[in-house]
Design a protein around this ligand. Structure first.
Ligand code: ADP
Ligand code: MG
Length: 290
């Protein structure tokens, strides 16, 4: 192996906005056959917005929004930010006994009421009957939006539809990666229906959805046990163990610091074309070494 061609490859990648921290990663990338993408903030823009609110009790839209935003004030999830933004200038209430269930949702007490917010797993955990929302759940998810359910004192009161569309450049970048022969996988904590709709828009081959935060690295290990050589692309704190487990980890610039520290490469532009650039530079570099 000639170190000179590796150095040239690292320089070439930098010209394309790909920061290669671990020069060996460039070499390992040439063996890769599978590219795994986190959904939120990686394939999508990662700026979710509430598009619709459905209510299932006497509490109106303003009241359910106030409960939900009061609870999400204490959360750091992108979905939490969407709900707090939607509440606008409404005066929020203090929440006590606040807790987060990773990959499921949040819970707390507001004005003596037990308030629960999150996905269907979160509602199941709290014994909330979600049947009144079944139709709304299906509609929202099949459009590629994420349904977030709200319960007060164990009763379902609302569903928030939250949209986080694909980044403009994702589809073209994935087409290019397909053309290079890679198998493309989406790995997400979101529900399978929402994930499937976004995957279809993006041109993803395989969806792994409903993964709990500490299950992402395990999913990478399973792909490797099937004999695949894997690039993982992600931006979140949750993604760091999977970035470390992959043959090559790629972080989105502007993502979490942990993701950037863990990854062998970082995309300086918020654009998955950088992954395709890195892969073709890796191939060219290795060809020059033979
Ligand atoms: P990802 O980063 O892949 O979107 P997460 O593990 O962060 O996955 O979240 C998985 C799911 O858990 C979300 O899609 C949402 O349904 C639910 N969830 C997690 N945190 C919250 C929250 N603060 N508010 C509402 N829902 C949440
Ligand atoms: Mg993410």
């Amino acid at each position: 192996a000639t170190p000179m061609s590796i150095i040239a490859g690292v320089g070439r990648a930098a010209e394309f906005g790909v920061l290669v921290k671990d020069a060996d990663a460039l070499q390992r990338a040439s063996e890769v056959d599978t590219i795994v993408f986190d959904k939120t903030g990686t394939l999508t823009a990662g700026k979710p917005q509430v598009t619709q609110i459905a209510t299932f009790s006497e509490l109106d839209e303003s009241a359910v929004l106030r409960f939900a935003a009061s609870l999400e004030q204490g959360a750091s999830h992108p979905l939490a930010k969407a709900i707090v933004d939607k509440a606008g200038t409404r005066a929020l209430l203090p929440a006590s006994s606040f807790r987060t269930l990773g990959g499921k949702g949040v819970q707390g007490e507001i004005e003596g009421h037990r308030v629960t917010l999150g996905n269907q797993a979160m509602m199941a955990e709290s014994g909330v009957d979600t049947r009144p929302a079944r139709e709304a759940l299906d509609n929202v998810a099949s459009q590629g939006e994420t349904p977030v359910l709200l319960a007060v004192d164990g009763m379902l009161v609302a569903l928030f539809a939250i949209a986080d569309p694909l980044r403009e450049t994702s589809k073209a970048a994935l087409e290019r990666l397909h053309g290079m022969g890679y198998h493309l996988v989406m790995l997400t904590g979101d529900n399978p229906v929402t994930a499937g709709a976004i995957a279809k828009q993006a041109g993803i081959d395989t969806v792994i959805a409903g993964v709990l935060p500490d299950g992402k690295a395990e999913a990478i290990t399973q792909l490797q046990q099937q004999g695949r050589h894997v690039v993982m692309v992600g931006d979140g704190i949750n993604d760091a163990p999977a970035l470390a487990q992959a043959d090559v980890g790629v972080a989105m610039g502007g993502g979490s610091d942990v993701a950037i520290e863990t990854a062998g490469m970082t995309l300086m532009r918020h654009d998955l074309q950088g992954v395709a650039d890195a892969m073709s530079i890796s191939r060219a570099t290795l060809k020059n070494m033979k």
